[in-house]
Ligand binder design. Sequence first.
Ligand code: ADP
Length: 460
Amino acid sequence: MPETLEQSAGRFDTVLIANRGEIAVRIQRACRELGLKTVAICSEADRQAPYGKTADSFLCIGPSTAAKSYLNQDAILLAARLAGAGAIHPGYGFLSENAAFADAVEKAGLVFIGPTASSIAIMGDKISAKRAMMAAGVPCVPGPDTALPDDPATIERIALEIGYPVIIKAAGGGGGRGMRVVPKADVLHEAIALTREEARKAFGSRSLYMEKFLEHPRHIEIQVICDDHGNAVWLGHRDCSMQRRHQKVVEEAPAPGIAPDIIQPVGLACVQACLQIGYRGVGTFEFLYEDGAFYFIEMNTRLQVEHPVTEMTSGVDIVQAQIRAAQGHVLDLIQGDVTCEGHSFECRINAEDPETFLPSAGVVTHLALPAGPGIRVDTHIHAGYKVSPYYDSLIAKLIVHAPTRAEAMARMREALAGTEVEGISTNIPFLRALFKDGAFAQGETDIHYLEQWLKLRRAT
Ligand code: ADP
């Protein structure tokens, strides 16, 4: 007999969190609030992780190198079986956008807290994602929705048709890597060769595509949440233009200066695209925005680092909603219920030198975190915590919310002033300086602004 909606809802009661750091803490909290048991995993380097103590089970699954622990699919599936987990939450990074892993989880009889393997496969490949978006009527960056051929003459023709400058991107790229800007024809083939090699090494595929390099866009993204029953909503927009080396540093919601009638059709197109591909769970559509027009660049089929700014403005607990969708529950939200209030900023606090941005590992000897109305800190560290050199340098996310953008900026300045991390270097001094910058305070700065600001600072 087929399952009814009621029977299928609540498919699991124990969740294995296949991740580490602040996001492991965030997901564990959401699970507990939903009455679910949690299984934490760790590598040898993370044996002392504080979230291990608060989980119902805590298993060390392998050596410190991520390839042998957080990316080891067999070890994670074995841990899930041993601990009696019914579902796996992949967090972000690691295996979160790995279609083969999502498939293996489901084949093992567990629920993957995320979209289906086929949605990940379509949207995880930037070329097929672009094709799917074009078919759903979502505007994309000019350039073909097919992989670049090997023939040099055809590549040259494609670049001329698009018009220089162009950007070469790896179809399987991520984390700001596997991209190269080509200002003019004479460096085209060299750029292709370098990016192909980089893509092969880093992403296991030499597939590349080419699009117009937009010279002064902003990065604006739309958060969606969908259930398994044909319901989907978008939860407003974020601006993530403050980037260094294509990596986000500060995020905010909503994106300043975007009129509702401009963003509305884009949000609705994202929802339509989700319904068309049968998308489940949370996801983010990323766009570049230039001269009043939006251009889709990629979709992230997972929870994102910056999800808190949308939680602060929409009041929706995105992680809980994601877990409930995976349990088979009907979305308890319709588009008309979604309202976004006030303004929110997030600063990524990284263990890195504030001048050179080189990672800084070591023991945190002193930690003071800010508190007060509209302040949230998502972190896994404490005084005495050892920051390991093996993983991403993100040690905390500082999030503020206030009625207006100016008030939220003032609140962030105050929160940053009250944040003290000693024993390791962090980017806090750099963030403090950035939040005093006049152009940033005005809003609407583009994706190149931060790099230019850093260059100017170095020169003076
Ligand atoms: P990743 O998956 O590595 O995050 P994205 O495709 O999301 O890569 O792009 C990351 C960033 O690179 C964007 O936010 C933007 O700053 C820059 N970028 C990507 N595509 C373009 C483009 N066509 N023109 C200009 N900048 C781009």
